[in-house]
Write a protein that binds this ligand. Structure first.
Ligand code: UD1
Length: 370
């Protein structure tokens, strides 16, 4: 008889919750095989950045909450590390599962590696080749320490091999974020959010923005707001404002720019179902998020990414995504092209089929951990 695998699954920030759901569901399909613990570091803590995801998506409450909160990168990472070390010493799991590229992913991987506990990294191998991005540092370190590297695309496999990761550790399984999208798409379609925001059946563009490179400097943030103002003359824009730009708009005194913008609908950060609903029905999406580049590709919605690079190039080569940086003229020109009906053709990348979590769990069941 095989033993039960004791797994600590780490979540910390908004996109992590979406990525872990399919895995938790999948463990449950194998009664007696897994002892699964959900650990929330507390990196994100506001109701609409964290709890709403558990409430709306029937994700079971975390078994362990470290409650670390915000801080500088070093402070936040250090707090997560010391809390997580105590938990690992107490729980002694067989495996730690980390997802994505946030500070919680990095911090927990370092601690597990030093205690010689195997690590599985879900969404391994993505590279923007831009080390000014905190997430790029998180990805490189996490991948170097992981024992199971679960990838979403062929370019990730190539990146890992180039970095000397042995091929037997790399498993091309697909995209757990897309597993969640497929699971929740129909429920999300019933959301009332367009009605609540007064959009009804009006065409609109959907904005998400939070990268430090876009929002932490006045010049870039102001330029982006000016581009939104210009696009707003042709299309209503809906923007659920993340806490980081909200604080920066206030501290730079830019509230007057958003206040004068025509057809701008701003709201608090939204839960997954409302956000997915707005994405599904948008004329176009303007974003600097990682996951939204992937979701729009599967939904076949045109996406303009306000970054100079992406760790998800398959969304450009195969999907609906295009990079526009943060130059206001370029953002406006590309948005106008889409509004005039010029759309790129696209296809859904390999293995983005709702089966990624199954492939991951099958790999774990067949591994030497058992
Ligand atoms: C983090 C991740 C980023 C991910 C994003 C998703 C890192 C380095 N960054 O960025 O990769 O794409 O989450 O949203 O891990 N804040 C609140 N309430 C909250 C959470 C944060 O007010 O619940 C404020 C705090 O002032 C904090 C700031 O937002 O300083 C930024 O939060 P933080 O978790 O550091 O980074 P994000 O920009 O959210």
């Amino acid at each position: 008889m095989t033993k039960r695998l004791k797994i600590i699954n780490v979540v910390g920030a908004r996109p992590n919750f979406i990525k872990i759901i399919p895995l938790i569901d999948e463990y449950k399909k194998h009664p007696g095989k897994f002892d699964s613990i959900l650990l929330h570091t507390g990196q994100h803590y506001d109701f609409d950045m964290s709890k709403i995801f558990f409430d709306q998506l029937s994700l079971t409450e975390p078994n362990i909450h470290l409650g670390v909160g915000s801080g500088s990168h070093a402070e936040q990472t250090a707090k997560i590390m010391s809390g997580f070390e105590q938990m690992l010493l107490k729980e002694k799991p067989d495996l730690v599962v980390v997802v994505g590229d946030v500070n919680s992913t990095l911090a927990c991987s370092i601690v597990a590696a030093k205690l010689t506990i195997p690590i599985a990294h879900v969404e391994a191998g993505l590279r923007s080749f831009d080390r000014t991005m905190p997430e790029e540092i998180n990805r490189i370190v996490t991948d170097a320490l992981s024992d199971f590297l679960f990838t979403t695309c062929e370019d990730a496999n190539i990146n890992l091999k180039r970095e000397g990761i042995p091929e037997k550790k790399i498993h091309f399984v697909g995209n757990v974020m897309i597993d969640s999208l497929m699971k929740f798409k129909d429920v999300a379609d019933h959301s009332n959010i367009r009605k609540t925001l007064g959009l009804d059946s009006k065409p609109y563009g959907y904005i998400t923005l939070h990268r430090p490179s876009n929002v932490d400097q006045r010049k870039s943030l102001e330029g982006i707001l000016n581009a939104f103002e210009e696009i707003g003359h042709e299309l209503t824009l809906v923007w659920p404002v993340h806490p980081r730009p909200r604080k920066m708009i206030e501290s730079f005194g830019l509230n007057s720019v958003t206040a004068r913008m025509p057809n701008l609908v701003v709201c608090e950060p939204l839960g997954y179902l409302d956000s997915l609903h707005l994405m599904m029905h948008a004329r176009l999406v303007l974003t600097d998020s990682g996951g939204i580049q992937e979701e729009t590709t599967v939904l076949k919605i045109p996406c303009l990414t306000l970054r100079e690079n992406t760790e998800r190039p398959v969304t450009i080569t195969e999907g609906t995504n295009a990079l526009v940086g943060n130059d206001p003229a370029k953002i406006v020109a590309e948005a106008k092209k889409i509004l005039s009906g010029i759309n790129k053709s696209s296809q859904i990348p390999q293995h983005w089929d709702g089966m990624a979590a199954k492939r991951i769990v099958d790999t774990l069941l067949q591994s030497k951990l058992n």
